[in-house]
Design a protein around this ligand. Sequence first.
Ligand SMILES: [Zn+2]
Length: 429
Amino acid sequence: MSKILIRGAKVLGGEAQDVLIDGETIAATGADLSADGATVIEAAGQVLLPGLVDLHTHLREPGREDSETVLTGTRAAASGGYTAVFAMANTFPVADTAGVVEQVYRLGKESGYCDVQPIGAVTIGLEGKKLSELGAMHESAARVTVFSDDGKCVDDAVIMRRALEYVKAFGGVIAQHAQEPRLTEGAQMNEGIVSAELGLGGWPAVAEESIIARDVLLAEHVGSRVHICHLSTAGSVEIVRWAKSRGIDVTAEVTPHHLLLTDELVRSYNPVYKVNPPLRTERDVMALREALADGTIDIVATDHAPHPHEDKDCEWAAAAMGMVGLETALSVVQQTMVETGLLDWAGVAERMSFAPARIGGLSHRHGRPVSAGEPANLTLVDTSYRGVVDPAGFASRSRNTPYEGRELPGRVTHTFLRGRTTVVDGKLA
Ligand SMILES: [Zn+2]
């Protein structure tokens, strides 16, 4: 391992500094550091952030390697500035045993582009009926601390209560996909004016909000920790705000697409806009942005959901739900949160690195300060860049991005995983 000097970057958007990497570690930060024996990266004007951490990624392996693999997904993650991702459990087979989570963990290690922390399923087969081997997954080499049936809601209140009780013993967390199943039968898009006009099955806000309300109360009753995946409505924000004010141990995430896109886009009938939870209204989008700014929503998580062409390029009702997101997340956050004045870059670092690492129990290795002695997990961003999104250049195996042809700001120029460059000059190393 050699030395790398990042010269003149705005650390967390603050004053320009030099950052010297020696081996896997940040050796020094400050003004006019010696470049002796180091490869120099001229970074004047660029913003240096701690490596991003995604608490919600679908890597599809094992089972759907036609959509994504651990290798292609982590290459996409590195391209987007991530140094760690949490891999959701809805694979085939489901990640509900120590064996499967260890397999995903091992594949992540072999990929070398990004640390992969598996998420374990809450219930066997994501069927919502019987708790899976939560303890065995936690005790495994993968050291699972986050559990989720994401894609499905743990809708049985007794099962949810037991899961919260179980993970409390080792400081784990249940990440809930809040979707009351009976209220969303046949749902195709947000329930509202647009769904009424288009005649598509509506997905009411209350389907999300009722589960969040129930689960924060369960977490309070049990004295355990709950994380709410992909908040999408103004009402969900109000409930989380209330729960936090009451002292309930709840954290919440929002996706980049829910910060930018609305259900008006569904008028195109383009299934690229079909996602779970659905795109909501302008009012919801603004409430989510404000909640992310004031800390009610703790983090941005991508819900990167790769699908092959044949599952998306079909009529709306038949199409799969989900969007890829790893490679565009930081750009969308720059546009919706930084360029609107709602967040500074230190705020972005908190919501896309420090806080997700903390929630997921990775903060001994990721989401660390940019200072001497810390692991060199870093992301360098050219914030002045403007470019049109072209999915042909994606590292992800899938192309289902809602941003094709859109101009978005910002570009990750370099990503460092423990001092090794995974992205150099915007290209995978
Ligand atoms: Zn998901």
